[in-house]
Structures are given as structure tokens and as C-alpha cells.
Design a protein around this ligand. Sequence first.
Ligand SMILES: [Zn+2]
Length: 79
Amino acid sequence: MTPRRKQILRELKDRGVDDPCPMCGHSNFTFAGESEISVSDNRKRNGGCVPIAIIACRNCGYITQHALGPLGLFPDEDV
Ligand SMILES: [Zn+2]
């Protein structure tokens, strides 16, 4: 597991993100990767995109997304 991946998962855990999957009730999730969501507000950092972490349920594949900014983990910041 990369240091970046560990830090994202640790930040989510520290902030109480540990509820079971809302679709199937299982508690095993995997970090699927980072991506970004395009937004119309050009004042946002990263050129109008919100950097996100994608978390997927290991049982049913349900995906949740977490903006990295509130986690203090913008991709251009040292981790
Ligand atoms: Zn699930």
C-alpha cells in the first residue's frame, strides 16, 4: 500500500468514516483510486475540478467519493 493511499484511508478513518456499505451492509471497502469531478465554478482549485478519492465496497462494488480538500490531501500538496 502506497504512503498516499495509507494517508487517505487514515484520514477517512480518523474522521469517523467507518459505517457499513449503505447498499449491502458489508464492512469491507477498498481504495479504488483518485480522480476528479469537473465543476462549473472556476474559482475552485485545480482548474475547476474537485480532486476525490474513490472508495468501493468489496462485496457489491458500491462506490463512494470523498473530496480530498477537506481531508487536507490535495494532490499537489506534500504527503
Ligand atoms: Zn456493498
